[in-house]
Write a protein that binds this ligand. Structure first.
Ligand code: ATP
Ligand code: ATP
Ligand code: MG
Ligand code: MG
Length: 266
């Protein structure tokens, strides 16, 4: 196309590229999900349908962007980790976060009926997104630990809070529950759950306690051979969803490929 006299306006664009050879973490977070979860009658403290929908949306993102090593989700947020070697969109920040965020959001809306059945989506949800570069594996692991610690703290609080509010014998108001929990540490919250409600926190669904980690893993998969029609076992790259501890060493020892930086770029 011929250049026009208007084209100079392109020079006003300010491209931001993300530092090379660093891990890029993109975190999405639901906008106003406190209200969204109320409006859509999410079960409290944890709505399983919503968490599975978040995981399905994250899986769609991981299938589209193959430089993502792993993703971690809890509540209304998801973090996606790109390897240091990635040159996705030439590492242009706006391209990466807007494409990733809109694909996630569009999948969330498209797949809503698969998880919420006939319950309609009463307004369009949106997510914000940011990208942060981490230069070392230690920084990246601390980032993952930070999000999982946040999941644990919030979930322990929310589990105790909703147990007090939804107590069939002696329900507390939200203000009363807040006042009770304000002066408790985590041991005291565990104690309230156990003695007043018979809930052993450690037995709660690990998806709630640990959040969801999505990652690619080589796995034996049974298939039917196209040639012989017989069952065969093949190694395939499978997208795993696990509810595991990512703060300790064992997950990373079992999956060392997740921390390979890929080919460094000059
Ligand atoms: P902001 O727009 O600043 O992110 P927010 O209202 O989304 O505000 P967050 O701090 O992101 O606030 O918290 C998310 C809220 O969504 C929490 O209050 C939580 O109760 C609710 N929520 C998210 N996912 C679920 C779920 N699966 N089940 C129940 N509640 C959920
Ligand atoms: P990028 O991902 O870099 O934006 P792109 O394929 O989206 O690549 P654009 O420069 O954004 O490329 O161009 C949009 C393309 O979409 C055009 O080639 C145009 O043919 C097509 N397109 C967009 N809107 C319409 C429309 N309403 N009717 C027909 N074609 C359309
Ligand atoms: Mg939010
Ligand atoms: Mg949030």
């Amino acid at each position: 196309m011929a250049a026009t006299r208007f084209e100079y306006v392109r020079n006003f664009e300010q491209p931001t590229t993300l530092l090379r050879n660093t891990w890029i973490v993109v975190r999405l977070d639901g906008h106003g999900f406190h209200r969204f979860s109320k409006e859509h009658q999410f079960a409290k403290p944890n709505d399983v349908r919503a968490l599975h929908l978040m995981n399905a949306s994250a899986a769609a993102v991981m299938r589209e962007f193959d430089d993502i090593a792993l993703a971690y989700g809890q509540s209304d947020e998801f973090s996606f980790v790109f390897r240091p070697s990635t040159m996705v969109y030439s590492r242009r920040e706006a391209k990466i976060i807007t494409n990733l965020c809109s694909l996630f959001t569009a999948t969330f809306v498209m797949q809503w009926p698969q998880f919420f059945g006939s319950q309609p989506l009463s307004y369009a949800p949106s997510f914000d997104a940011r990208a942060v570069c981490y230069p070392t594996i230690a920084n990246l692991r601390d980032y993952m630990s930070w999000r999982q610690a946040d999941c644990h703290i919030n979930n322990l609080y929310n589990t105790a809070f909703w147990a007090l509010v939804l107590d069939s014998k002696d329900p507390k108001t939200e203000q009363q529950a807040e006042a009770i929990l304000r002066v408790t540490d985590s041991a005291a919250k565990n104690e309230i759950l156990f003695t007043q409600f018979g809930i052993n926190y450690n037995n709660i669904d690990p998806m709630f306690r640990k959040g969801s980690t999505l990652f690619w893993r080589k796995q034996d998969v049974e298939e039917v051979s196209a040639k012989t029609g017989q069952p065969v076992v093949r190694k395939r790259n499978v997208l795993a969803t696990e509810y595991v501890d990512v703060i300790g060493e064992s997950f990373w020892k079992e999956n060392p490929h997740l921390l390979s930086r890929g080919k460094q770029r000059e």
